[in-house]
Design a protein. Structure first.
Length: 181
């Protein structure tokens, strides 16, 4: 029965079950392609958000929903790590697009400020909803994850804007000198 239910799952939903790998690979590619301290800081925030949610899960210890349509996960469900992390992205990317100067490695122009949020926000919403569709989380678990990711992104962004950004050029110069541009 479980195999039959899995077989009927739409292919696009199966891809959404692997978003952590896709988003991580894309983020790593942008870090390597830009060598931007700001992008690296953003990615470090995503990692910190993920680990802090995992610690919170262990403290809360709320089980995941029991379902017949997907492989039962062994970790706890509250809050949803995927929802928190993708919400971090969905909050930080528009903030960076609106308020931060563009790194020299990015294309200049208004479209590069508008396009990333326009593309990423709907994708993030689908990822969040997929956690329920796939049976990995309940609505309250996903809502808690979204709230956590949003709050974490606001705090992480504020830290960057209130002083940490001043270290960015020094770090980039050090890395570029070490790698050799």
């Amino acid at each position: 029965m479980k195999e039959l239910a899995r077989w009927r799952r739409p292919r696009w939903l199966s891809y959404l079950d692997r978003t952590n790998f896709i988003v991580t690979a894309l983020t790593g590619s942008v870090i390597l392609g830009t060598r931007s301290a700001g992008v690296t800081y953003f990615a470090a925030g995503a990692v910190m958000c993920t680990f802090s949610v995992k610690l919170l899960k262990v403290a809360i210890r709320q089980p995941r929903p029991i379902n017949q349509t997907s492989r039962q996960k062994t970790s706890y469900g509250m809050p949803s790590t995927h929802s928190a992390t993708i919400s971090y992205y969905a909050t930080y990317i528009p903030l960076a697009s609106l308020f931060l100067p563009l790194h020299e490695s990015f294309p200049m122009g208004v479209w590069f400020r508008i396009l990333p949020p326009l593309v990423f926000l709907p994708c993030a919403a689908v990822v969040v909803l997929s956690r329920i569709w796939l049976g990995h989380h309940t609505l309250p678990q996903v809502a808690a994850g979204v709230s956590f990711g949003l709050a974490f992104a606001l705090i992480w962004f504020k830290l960057w804007c209130t002083g940490l950004d001043s270290y960015g050029p020094m770090v980039e110069e050090l890395v570029n000198g070490w790698i050799g541009t």
